[in-house]
Design a protein around this ligand. Structure first.
Ligand SMILES: Cc1cc2nc3c(=O)[nH]c(=O)nc-3n(C[C@H](O)[C@H](O)[C@H](O)COP(=O)(O)O)c2cc1C
Length: 263
């Protein structure tokens, strides 16, 4: 004899079955799509690195072009505490795979990061990850051509994440790009505007005595060290100014860049 499908028990059974089928469907989709999501994440990161280095044009490039261009870049892990490249032992101990390591995912892990003192934390980061990935391009004779550094800092509404590309002299800017930020479109969000970003190439980071001189100023920037602030978005502009000062300074990539260029 068949069960009464209109009974409370029958309704619950159908609901339960539906839940099980849906959860199997959703978990399978999540598992099946994971490699695709990871591949898209990597592709997006690579596009951003290329864009910062002035090597990516939205109109021209297919995904294969991105892969081909990105093949020129060598990812290396830098130990910010020493300013040297991380050793094989350090990478093995922390289980870091250079190609997949993402400092953003280990940001709160005390094994990887330390709290910053308020007086040091000019970019509003709260913590500093010790090991970070930089991307290098070498020329035909092994000379350094591009150095792409990940940078981040607080704007008005949240942390802005981007890349700053320098020429092989570790001083001349090739470009900047922000790929994750929460600033208001039309105001702080103008940090992603190509017209604003066009001011950066050719600017110089360090003064003659080695201090970070590159800055985003209110109004019109003058000379090789200043970039115009965004009108009506002084707080975001100050955020960019602060993150430049932090990441190119002594707690950020300053010691690494000095060692890189002094051999
Ligand atoms: C809804 C709203 C959104 C805003 N978004 C931003 C922003 O993303 N970045 C920013 O610096 N200022 C933003 N502002 C403006 C700031 O509150 C502040 O007035 C501005 O940064 C001052 O810039 P100024 O000195 O160039 O005028 C926003 C204001 C409002 C009302």
């Amino acid at each position: 004899m068949s069960a009464n499908k209109d009974s409370v028990g029958g309704t619950l059974k159908v609901a339960l079955l539906l839940c099980v089928v849906c959860s199997i469907f959703i978990s399978s989709a999540a598992v099946i799509l994971k490699p695709m999501q990871e591949a898209n994440k990597t592709l997006d990161r690579n596009k951003n690195i290329l864009a910062a280095a002035g090597m990516f044009d939205e109109q021209m490039n297919t995904n294969d072009d991105v892969d081909e261009l990105f093949a020129q870049f060598t990812p290396r892990i830098v130990d910010l505490e020493t300013g040297d490249f991380a050793t094989e032992e350090q990478l093995a101990e922390l289980n870091i795979d250079v190609t997949t390591y993402d400092q953003r995912t280990v940001f709160t892990d005390p094994q990887f990061s330390e709290a910053l003192e308020a007086s040091e934390d000019i970019a509003g980061l709260k913590r500093l990850v010790r090991f970070v990935t930089v991307y290098l391009v070498e020329g035909p004779n092994g000379e350094l051509q591009d150095i792409v550094l990940p940078v981040s800092g607080y704007g008005l509404w949240g942390t802005m994440y981007g890349y700053l590309a320098l020429e092989g002299d570790a001083n001349t800017v090739k470009g900047i790009g922000f790929y994750d930020q929460k600033e208001t479109p039309g105001l702080g969000g103008e940090i992603t505007n190509p017209r604003w970003k066009a001011q950066w190439p050719g600017k110089e980071v360090y003064s003659e005595d080695g201090d970070v001189a590159l800055s985003v100023v209110k109004g019109e920037g003058q000379g090789v060290h200043q970039v115009d602030g965004l009108a009506g978005a002084s707080l975001t502009s100050r955020g960019v100014d602060n993150l430049i000062e932090f990441w190119l300074g002594p707690l950020g990539f300053g010691p690494f860049l000095t060692k890189l260029t002094n051999g």
